[in-house]
Ligand binder design. Structure first.
Ligand code: CTP
Length: 405
């Protein structure tokens, strides 16, 4: 089915990034109508929007009046995405102004509306902007948290437009899952860990593992698309930052522990999708370890790392928080994959354990996953082979059920 997308563009330097977002929508077969503001055209001209969308472009309500565009564009949309949304646009939208074609469209649209704000940190943090964002969210709009990074000049901070590919993924994920874009995790704080930790032997060598971070990133994206405030603790992952997600980068298990334990204090849910290294060298050489002339290899003494999942599950800061672990099992002489999963669930003390059968290394780096979600109350949900995004949503469904219950 062709989805009718209205792409609103307001007047910020990030308007140029909206060209790529537009391309992503059109190349995926969507019907896109671009509605720029007059200020947006100072950054990127109408011919660019028109050529890329294959449609005429107007900023005011006086063009093609006979077609009543100020009403029809909004009424006919399946989703409205405003990227970038400036402080001014957010203010006008929050107050219901209708002084150009985009603000008229926002008032007539009855479909989901997604704002991707971009502005300087001071403008984003200003109480006026924050109040406008809160108003828009209260009314059901999805306002993506801006990314942290380089701003217009040499300065950095929060306020950057998330990467267009990630805005596209978020909107597509929302549409695929639920055309109404239900925000059932709105107001919830969640922490997701992803990737694999590294334990250094010397400045160039480390012990690591095969975790790609794909499942953790899918979980973070899925939670953000359902309205959660997401902190993603990312260990050595090279994937782009998901839109609207606060990404904290770590390398070692101890750094992962510190970040997860710190964020857990206020979290409604924690999902440990990361693969922390269980062992670390007892000593890290400051200089690169050299090969010995006699052909001998150095013996590496290892110490066990803390078990983060067990720690946050057994010493709960919040009794009502939902804690989810992952278990990669192959099954052995002592039990099947599920037997080992049940035993691990009890040992770790978490509420849910997502058990993957990793015999043959099938899951690592793959876009697909297949799992059983075991619950501490005895329940089990089998998730057939499918995308990591689909599994992520099943996990959040289970978490959301526990919030509701
Ligand atoms: N985990 C953790 N801290 C560690 C190791 C693992 O928090 N030091 C978490 C993982 O993020 C995952 C879960 O524990 O959610 C299961 O990890 P796994 O490696 O399968 O479990 P182990 O406790 O290492 O058990 P095993 O003895 O099977 O290796």
């Amino acid at each position: 089915m062709t989805v009718r997308v209205v792409l609103g563009v307001s007047g910020g330097i990030a308007a140029y990034k909206a060209c790529e977002l537009l391309r992503r929508f059109t190349e995926s077969g969507h019907d896109v109508t671009v509605v720029p503001t007059a200020s947006a055209l100072k950054f990127i001209g109408a011919p660019t929007w028109s050529a890329l969308s294959g449609k005429p472009v107007a900023t005011d309500v006086w063009t093609d009046v006979h077609a009543v565009p100020h009403v029809h564009i909004g009424q006919q949309a399946d989703v409205v995405v405003v990227a970038p949304a400036t402080a001014d646009l957010l203010a006008r939208a929050a107050h219901g102004l209708a002084d150009d074609l985009l603000t008229n469209t926002l008032l007539t649209a009855r479909c989901p509306v997604v704002f991707a704000p971009a502005m300087h940190t001071e403008m984003w943090e200003h109480p006026a902007t924050q109040a406008n964002v809160a108003t828009l969210r209260d009314r059901g709009a999805i306002v993506i948290e801006p990314a942290v990074g380089r701003l217009t000049g040499a300065d950095t901070g929060k306020g950057r437009l998330p990467e267009p590919a990630e805005i596209y993924e978020l909107v597509r994920g929302l549409l695929d899952r639920d055309p109404d874009m239900t925000q059932d995790l709105a107001g919830r704080k969640v922490v997701v860990s992803a990737g694999g930790t590294r334990e250094y032997l010397d400045p160039v060598r480390f012990l690591g593992n095969r975790s790609s971070g794909l499942q953790g990133y899918a979980l973070a994206r899925a939670a953000a698309s359902r309205g959660a405030h997401v902190t993603l603790v990312s260990a050595n992952v090279t994937l782009p930052d998901p839109a609207g997600v606060n990404v904290v980068r770590v390398e070692t298990t101890e750094q992962l522990r510190e970040a997860v334990v710190g964020a857990t204090a206020t979290a409604d849910a924690v999902v440990m999708a990361a693969a922390p290294a269980d062992f670390r060298p007892t000593a890290v050489s400051e200089a690169k370890i050299k090969k010995a002339d006699d052909g001998s290899a150095p013996a590496i003494e290892l110490a066990q790392n803390p078990d983060i999942l067990a720690e946050i599950s057994h010493d709960r800061v919040r009794e009502d928080a939902v804690i989810v672990g992952f278990a990669a099992e192959t099954g052995d002489a002592t039990g099947s994959v599920l037997d080992l999963g049940r035993a691990k669930l009890a040992r770790k003390g978490c509420d849910l354990l997502v058990v993957n059968d990793v015999s043959g290394g099938a899951v690592f780096g793959s876009a697909d996953n297949e799992a059983v979600v075991l619950a501490a109350d005895g329940g089990a949900v089998e998730v057939p082979r499918g995308s990591k995004t689909a599994l992520a949503h099943v996990i959040w469904d289970e978490v959301a059920r526990r919030f509701a219950g």
